[in-house]
Write a protein that binds this ligand. Sequence first.
Ligand SMILES: *Cc1c(COP(=O)(O)O)cnc(C)c1O
Length: 397
Amino acid sequence: MSKPITDLIHHPYSPPEHFEAPQPGVFKASTVFFADVAAMRARDWKTKAGYTYGLHGTPTTFMLEERLAALEGGSECLLAPSGLAAVSLVSLALLKTGDELLLPDNVYGPNKALASGELANFGITHRLYDPMNPRDLAAKLSDKTRLVWIEAAGSVTMEFPDVPALARICREHGVVSALDNTWGAGLAFRPFDLEGEGEGVDVSVQALTKYPSGGGDVLMGSVITNDPALHLKIKLTHMRLGIGVGVDDVQAVMRSLPSMVLRYRAHDASARVLARWLAQRDEIAQVLHPALEGSPGHDNWRELCGADGLAAGLFSVVFDERYGTEQVDRFCDALELFRLGYSWGGPISLVVPYDIGLMRDPKVAPWPYKGTLVRFSVGLEAVEDLQADLEQGLSAL
Ligand SMILES: *Cc1c(COP(=O)(O)O)cnc(C)c1O
């Protein structure tokens, strides 16, 4: 048996090198081979010049990294197994005991949880700033501050901050700024060139789980930089933590990327129709959608993304105070096309009621609305059907 088994494993057939097709091949590997020991010793895992080990990159992961960096206008990209893993990678790579981190009060919830959990355990302190008041950020920077997170629009409450001003304050103080760019997805604005070339944030993170995947079936995150030294710092932590992604998931994101701008525009257009319609309803006290006049930070959105700019498919509403939580829950339960579920960016519309009282610090940025908040992620269904669904849901209040 010995010869056939060995021949089976060392069979000389190898796949064609120049098989050209619209979608690139999927390359799976933990191990890659070297021609000789000298080649093995010479190979540097930190560059894309060659391959050393699956965890350090394959043609499949390198390709997605290159495309995402191009999309966002950065030079380098790292992939992580979820958006949250990308967020925590950045904080773990750039902070050490004694440092301080600043977070906007409306930051993605688990980013706050990481700060009060692991980061606090490591002796890293954090403070919250009012995302709508750049002076508050400036006042809270200290000689201990090493990293500032920025998010536009803020999670759930959708206020749109003055991103260029926040990034400028960080630049002027020599503090690294990291943007959670999941909402903008590299389409609504250019994170590295906010006020001219090279004048933007230092790091841009995305949950590829949302629009780049677009299917509600993949978890992945990206960390993009435009500075090789900063990239290397994060990459070393990425390597030491053993962070990697499955190439089938990479392939799924690659398959979705070409249609992303079309999907993003479609989500955006339907969301604006529904947000405007809800703004007219007397059950609703406030619509929170950056592209709608009267929404918090609308002027900042228009300044950054343009009056005809893009705005994703996500918005929230605050119900009139006369409706209690139970009634608003009934509204959410009555919806049929809008499914109850977290996340966003997929074809199916989603709805989640939130208790903002639990999410905001009244001492940092008081939340001005009393009613219950509901967030909608608008999918790709016909907008007339979605509006009819909302209408029948409102009648269940
Ligand atoms: C969803 C999301 C994340 C986390 O992404 P996961 O892939 O679900 O971990 C991070 N930031 C924002 C703004 C998000 O919406």
